[in-house]
Write a protein that binds this ligand. Sequence first.
Ligand code: THU
Length: 158
Amino acid sequence: MEQITIETNVQVFQPEELSPLDKTLVLAAQAAARKAYAPYSDFRVGAAVRLKDGRIVTGNNQENAAYPSGLCAERVALFYAGGQYPDVPVEAIAITACHDGKQAAYISPCGACRQVMLETQKRSGNPVKVYLCTPQKIYLFSTINALLPFSFEEIPDK
Ligand code: THU
């Protein structure tokens, strides 16, 4: 028997420690969260994607009375970015949420969004940074792989 230990490195910032560029991205995610369509959960998620050319694309969760038909904020933003700017690599994504009019104390992307982020990163050809934003702290993962270790991949037989 062999054991494998997988370590994840996360940098934790105070909001005032962010660079102006990253601060702008976080503010864009917060603004997107406020515009979410989340009448069922009242958990409004916002995602802001920064592309290599500096452009910021945002998305928010879009719910539906037929629950599974809704979509998470991260995928709304990433699919829009991929659809509109297919050849511009993604550099970073900031995610935040609000509930009851207050910024949520915790946010982390679901498994399906992580899988989509991984594909975005592959497409982009460079590591995509992920900022998870809460009122007091911003958690920075320098690559999607840190959020999705041991990820699915089709490796055909040699
Ligand atoms: N949600 C997101 O937008 N992103 C995630 O990564 C997880 C969950 C949304 C889906 C649903 O509209 C609401 O949060 C409550 O689950």
